[in-house]
Ligand binder design. Sequence first.
Ligand SMILES: [Zn+2]
Length: 252
Amino acid sequence: MKSFFTVYAFCMGICIGSFLNVLIYRIPLHLNVAKGRSFCPTCKHKLGAMDLVPLFSYLFLGGKCRYCKTKISPRYFIIELVTGILYCLTVYLYYPSYKIFLYLIIISFLVVISLIDFEKKYIPPVLPFIIAISSLIYLGIFEFEKIHLYFLSAVIVSFPLIIASIVASFMGKKAFGMGDIKLLIALGLSIPLSFSFDYLLFILLFIILKYSALFIRNLLIKKPCFFNLNKSIAFADVISGAYIAFIFIYCI
Ligand SMILES: [Zn+2]
């Protein structure tokens, strides 16, 4: 039964990944995410059912629009595949717990948040809000007697970034946005108190990994400055990556 659900989760994940692509494209443009058929961003031709089969359409069309032959970013394919893998792993690791539903919602929105933050350097406030509401609904149903501990966890998880933002603002810099803090508060609501410090360690580890990678890349392309505090930096990818690695490794 578990293997059936794991395979089913992968298929569901690639379809959801396809929808996440729509959200990533439409939310920053303030387009309606529920209405209107998908279209090619270049020639605006409406896409048919055969153009929208997750993973396969991209492969069969050779990564090009069927109508104008413009190259489609491999990002669409990668997001569908990654979402499929994340769904598959979540079900594999958490079956048969109800936590699966909460984690699938959170992971889906983390994919959207990371990509929007990476490209536009901001997190639409509605997205962390949906994560927080999902966690509160879960806690209200399954862990109501311990809900105060999860609130404390949200405070602990977001505390270092709040302090960092205050220090940065005193120095006249704006390194982190409010979006990152809201995201950490929202994620903290799904982390048991005893694990909150472990999650912070994961974030630290991901910061080190990200900036080591950036540093090495900039050394290779001989770009001297790799970290500019005056420029706002995308941080949601670190927060999200650390969260997903954390829930997969700890299986809480
Ligand atoms: Zn086109």
